[in-house]
Design a protein around this ligand. Structure first.
Ligand code: HAM
Length: 416
């Protein structure tokens, strides 16, 4: 049997319903703040992600679906949405529009990660990006919008962690200080941390090794070394979040697996998820547009995993789509089937949701089917070109001409 590829899944109708609710909420929350929908291609030049996301990241090193097209160009299925949106911003000269330009998207992304609960190889994200502003108010507003979306989707046990990375120059200086500090305490560190001091000193903050943990408790923190401007920017973001009653924890060890971040960095987690607890995250990326060939332009944004929202959200009750009219056949014959086909089309043109019998069921079976789909009315077409119209809630029924069926359903329960 041919099965869906590893790490992928089918979205069957009941799930599709919950996804459309999320889409509607995203449109409502983000649309109200002036974010406009954008869609970008499923694949892009590999170079976009190598330069944007960062050559040294896990995503670029080992998680991308990369292939050559017939012209020998290296293409990659998008592993994330920020670099593509920035590419589109540059390509369409959007720096000439009034700034900031605010986008939102709901698209699928691809990473060859080891699949587990909440982690897939094709997954969907809702994302938001505000490009062309370095105002800390934009960062705070984005965080508030994600908090609102998670709340609207009733995501349980939500925590927000917040940090600031400062500028790449500050980070470089900090990295050197941290590396020197780790070398000074090498004998107390776990062997795997010791062997990677020069490669990735920040990873030492994630270690659970007791010796390493006590060394890290006294390690210099990036947050203490921010430049006065970055410090002020971060302070303002916090002040606005405090004023908006958004609860957060400052986490100087917060790291995210993408290189483009500068200044504000944040991540929302949910207790209702297992190991893959990150439900959404983002931050500021003031150098990204320049890095991929555009004019210096600041930006900020986030993305949240659709599957993770649905896994951690309370089961939203979904009302079945209403069916106004089900057209049944007293006898299965061609002329009645034609009448049913025509009547259902006319009913839909009149704005009703209408279905007709397609499975050759007995009349009893057809009435059961009408009940199953939740039809308000059933029109049973008989051989003489008339119909018995039945109100499914009252059981009341009347014989009418075919042309009277639609007006009667439109009027509700009055048959005459
Ligand atoms: P990210 O943290 O890599 O950020 O992904 C954002 C969210 O997508 C995660 O918090 C998680 O909910 C979901 N996600 C990531 N990988 C998977 C996976 N394999 N399976 C299921 N869900 C997953 C970004 O992608 C950035 N572009 C966010 C951003 C926008 N930063 C600034 N603007």
């Amino acid at each position: 049997m041919i099965q869906a590829p590893k790490g992928t899944f089918d979205v069957l109708p009941p799930d599709a319903e919950r996804r459309s609710i999320l889409e509607a909420q995203a449109r409502k929350v983000l649309g109200a703040a002036g974010y406009k929908r954008i869609e970008t291609p499923v694949f892009e030049s590999t170079e976009l992600f190598a330069r944007g996301v960062g050559e040294a990241t896990d995503i670029v090193q080992k998680e991308m679906y990369t292939f050559d097209d017939d012209g020998g160009r290296s293409l990659t299925l998008r592993p994330e949405g920020t670099a593509p949106v920035c590419r589109a911003y540059i390509e369409h000269g959007m720096h000439k529009l009034s700034q900031p330009v605010k986008f939102w998207y709901l698209e699928s992304f691809f990473r060859t990660e080891q699949p587990q609960k909440g982690r897939y190889r094709q997954f969907w994200q809702v994302g938001a990006e505000a490009i062309g502003t370095d105002a800390p108010e934009a960062d705070a507003e984005l965080i508030v919008l994600l908090a609102e979306l998670l709340e609207a989707m009733v995501v349980r046990g939500v925590h927000l962690r917040l940090s600031s990375l400062g500028s790449p120059e500050t980070r470089l200086e900090y990295r050197e200080r941290l590396t020197a500090y780790l070398h000074d305490h090498e004998d107390q560190l776990a062997p795997e941390v010791r062997s990677r001091i020069d490669l990735n000193p920040l990873r030492a903050f994630d270690s659970s090794h007791p010796g390493t943990r006590s060394v890290m408790a006294g390690a210099p923190k990036l947050l203490d070394q921010l430049s006065p401007e970055d410090e002020e920017h971060f302070g303002r973001v916090r002040e606005l979040l405090d004023g908006a009653d958004v609860r957060y924890e400052i986490d100087p060890t917060l790291v995210r697996g993408i290189d483009y971040y500068t200044r504000t960095l944040f991540e929302f987690t949910s207790d209702a998820l297992g190991a893959q607890s990150a439900v959404g995250g983002g931050g500021r990326y003031d150098r990204l547009i320049e890095q991929i060939g555009g004019p210096p332009t600041p930006g900020c944004g986030w993305a949240t995993g659709v599957e993770r929202i649905l896994l951690s959200g309370a089961q939203a009750p979904t009302a079945p789509d209403p069916v106004d009219l089900f057209i049944a056949l007293q006898v299965h014959e061609t002329s009645s089937a034609t009448d049913a086909f025509v009547l259902s089309r006319e009913a839909r043109r009149a704005g009703l949701a209408a279905q007709f019998e397609l499975a050759g069921r007995s009349l009893k079976g057809q009435l059961k089917q009408a009940d199953r789909v939740g039809a308000r009315f059933v029109a049973i077409l008989n051989a003489s070109g008339k119909a018995t119209l039945r109100d499914m809630s009252s059981g009341e029924q009347t014989e009418v001409t075919l042309s009277a069926v639609i007006p009667a359903v439109l009027r509700g329960s009055r048959f005459t």
